[in-house]
Design a protein around this ligand. Sequence first.
Ligand code: IMP
Ligand code: MG
Length: 182
Amino acid sequence: MADPRGDLERTILTEDEIQNRVREMADQISTEFSDVDELYLIGILKGAFIFLADLARCLRVFHKVDFMALSSYGMTAESTGEVRIIMDLREPIEDKHVIIVEDIVDSGNTLNYLQRLLKGRRPATLKSCVLLRKEHNSLDAPLDYLGFEIPNIWVVGYGLDFADTYRTLPFIAELKKEIYQK
Ligand code: IMP
Ligand code: MG
């Protein structure tokens, strides 16, 4: 059962809407990188694991997958503005064609930090592919591929969590406000 505790307010994006958009994004990436030998996809754990899995399986460009884990907000819905690396990449990315795959941009802190960090490792190209961006988003880290703009609410499902729950819902839903605005 998708919502045994009754924590979800409403569906924001259905499974079909997500799958169609992910396929479009993969097509766009495949076209734009059709002449490169190899793409290097970097999934940001844990939130991007489902998005990355679906996106990568629709790509028509030869690619490798790696992961980084960054610090999360923990049990709250407040960004601390502070980002820490919990797990780094397995390989250097120098001269590689790199795409950061991220679930959501809220304040933009995480992506900004990551872009600065990875740029310093001198990849041949560095792009960002993000499924969701909240409308209020302030920092404006450059996004090369964006799935959907959503309102400034807390969403779960399709990899996104609240306190590590609801990640495996096949759709994306708004959490009830009383749960994340404590
Ligand atoms: P930012 O650094 O404020 O842009 O926050 C980005 C990170 O916060 C994302 O990678 C997510 O892990 C997490 N996050 C932000 N908003 C949400 C949300 O609505 N649901 C689940 N996770 C979120
Ligand atoms: Mg994340």
